[in-house]
Design a protein around this ligand. Structure first.
Ligand SMILES: [Zn+2]
Length: 357
């Protein structure tokens, strides 16, 4: 028995864990015409090995040699990359970093770049240029992170108490000649909620460091798509609550925390029932499964999409419908709700529009 050679596009390219007598397990045998899996298998024997950007180029160069048709090559590589997050990540490594682009556009830019590398690969100096490019890229990234300020005076993140050595995205700040290391997500969140000062010294963080921090987040793609990222359900719900309170609804974050997975599904269903006649479909663009805390992040992302769209002329109506949906599922929300919220019925939108005519 061997490990199936199919590689997941959303797990940085590690192989399927099924064992099989053939090269592909029954689940993945439909990919048997895609050469990309055979080539990766040939290049990297280890099925648990993740595929980095250099290796994507390496694989593409092999595809370039073996597959005559460009569209065919493109499709095959697409299978290996697939998910937008992964495409953005690889694109960043090649200096393509417009995260607002559609997945297809990004992928096209990437493939054009890879194609170009393949075409000029045999020319002298290209290999060298490629290495220099990555060397500069690495230097630039280190600079953004603040490697030049090491050693750090602390060994744990002040917010999570996680050891800095276990943190994936560290950010260093120098303040009065002392260097502090942070988990960048926690620091960003802190700044967003409490202002831009160093939590160790209470000194203002300067513009240059704030710029570094923002570049870091952009380059490392820590902010994905909708400019929101959270480490904990608490952070996610904090954003939601701040926004809803800003819109005049009194809410305690604990009411959100008490919502179970089933409650959340009921809130979403109720919201759809109430908003059926509304022009925009919020709360429907994420596939939500009962995996904690993932479903909370997804739920909050959907809520934030609604709550952030303040330009919408029906913004307040959407807010009311959301609030109504929450009150109809959670007793905590219901007990604190103003009485007029009870007047909201599924045909609320039509009614208020009739009044406004
Ligand atoms: Zn498989």
């Amino acid at each position: 028995m061997n490990r199936c050679i199919f590689r997941y596009s959303d797990r940085n390219g590690v192989c399927c864990t099924n064992n099989t007598m053939n090269l592909l397990c029954p689940l993945h045998s439909k990919n048997k015409k895609n050469k990309v899996f055979y080539l990766t298998n040939k290049l990297f024997k280890d099925p648990d090995r993740e595929i980095n950007e250099y290796e994507i180029l390496e694989i593409y160069c092999l595809l370039y040699k073996e597959i005559f048709d460009f569209e065919n090559r493109k499709t095959m590589l697409y299978y290996l990359l697939g998910k937008k997050k992964r495409i953005i990540y690889i694109c960043n490594k090649f200096g393509i970093n417009n995260k607002k682009d559609l997945k297809e556009n990004l992928f096209n830019k990437l493939i054009n770049k890879l194609e170009w590398f393949c075409i000029v690969k045999d020319f002298k100096n290209t290999k060298r240029k490629f290495h220099i490019f990555f060397k500069y890229w690495k230097l630039y990234l280190n600079h953004i992170i603040g490697i030049q300020y090491l050693p750090s005076s602390n060994s744990e993140d002040i917010f999570s108490f996680d050891s800095l050595s276990s943190i994936e995205n560290i950010f260093y700040l120098k303040d009065n000649n002392i260097t502090y290391g942070f988990d960048i997500r926690n620091l960003y969140h802190f700044i967003k909620n409490s202002g831009s000062w160093n939590p160790y010294t209470k000194n203002e963080i300067n513009d240059y460091d704030l710029k570094r921090l923002k570049s870091y987040i952009r380059i490392k793609n820590i902010i994905i798509d909708n400019n929101i990222f959270w480490n904990t359900p608490l952070q996610a719900y904090t954003d939601v609550v701040l926004k809803m309170e800003g819109n005049g609804f009194f809410i305690d974050i604990n009411w959100f925390i008490l919502l179970s997975f089933n409650d959340i599904i009921r809130v979403i269903n109720k919201y759809h029932q109430l908003s059926i006649l509304m022009p925009i479909n919020y709360l429907c663009n994420e596939r939500i499964h009962n995996v904690y805390p993932d479903y909370i992040f997804k739920f909050c992302r959907m809520l934030m999409e609604l709550l952030n769209n303040t330009d919408d002329p029906e913004y307040f109506t959407y807010n009311c419908l959301l609030y109504k949906a929450l009150t109809s599922v959670s007793k905590k929300f219901r007990d604190a709700a103003p009485s007029w919220i009870n007047d909201i019925q599924p045909n609320y939108y039509i009614e208020i529009n009739m009044y406004s005519i």
